[in-house]
Design a protein around this ligand. Structure first.
Ligand code: FES
Length: 216
């Protein structure tokens, strides 16, 4: 039987333990609420067939990492939601909006798929070195608006990325590997850093973590 992880959770709640707590709304990989770990792999429960990840026919479903657990599979998302607010991760329209042509949209179209599920945040090891690191989720949003010619903040977005400690990224690429929307998160971070350094907004010596040096 190819059951979705969310189906398993619903079955447990409906027939075995009504006190089980988890989040889910859309059941269609859109709302971003149902992130969990299935046999250690962070996934959207509504998109993941449990038997695909079963080991010895056993399935263990756990809460995401890097966030305090409130109850069962429900984690406290306040920390990354507050960081998203601090990083102004919303569209600031220019006074007059231009047409965006397909070739321009393709520069940030993938990033518009981000559903704020927090999976990239949950797998990021950079917080071990820097609690104030904005996290991959922030920089995907910053990238998306920075690339949009109708956004009024322009290169101020790069300043914001710097203020959110973008250089604490250690480029492990876990964010990219686990993003359920296949957004090239780490490549976006790299691109923001590259342009920030070219424009003198970000200094090379800002890097720390594992001593990663871009040599720009
Ligand atoms: S329930 Fe909305 S993304 Fe899974």
């Amino acid at each position: 039987m190819k059951k979705l992880a969310l189906g398993v959770l619903e079955q447990i709640k409906n027939y075995t333990d009504p006190s089980l707590s988890y989040r889910a709304q859309c059941r269609a990989s859109i709302c971003g609420t149902c992130g969990v770990k299935v046999n250690g792999k962070p996934v959207l429960a509504c998109k993941t067939k449990v038997l695909d990840l079963a080991q010895n026919n056993q399935v263990v479903i756990e809460p995401l990492d890097n966030m305090p657990v409130i109850k069962d599979l429900v984690v406290d998302q306040d920390e990354y939601l507050n960081k998203l607010k601090k990083a102004k991760t919303w569209f600031e329209p220019k006074e007059y909006l231009d047409k965006v042509y397909p070739e321009e949209l393709s520069n940030f179209e993938k990033e518009t798929d981000c559903i704020l599920c927090g999976i990239c945040y949950s797998v990021c090891p950079a917080f071990q070195n820097d609690k104030n690191f904005g996290g991959p989720i922030n920089f995907v949003k910053i990238f998306r608006f920075w690339k949009d010619k109708n956004d009024a903040l322009g290169d101020l977005r790069i300043e914001i990325a710097k203020d959110n400690n973008i250089t604490s990224c250690i480029h492990c690429k876990y964010c990219t590997f686990f993003c359920p929307k296949e957004i090239p998160v780490e490549a976006d971070i790299l691109q923001i850093e590259f342009f920030g350094k070219q424009k003198g907004i970000i200094q090379s010596q800002d890097n720390f973590g594992f001593g990663f040096d871009f040599g720009f």
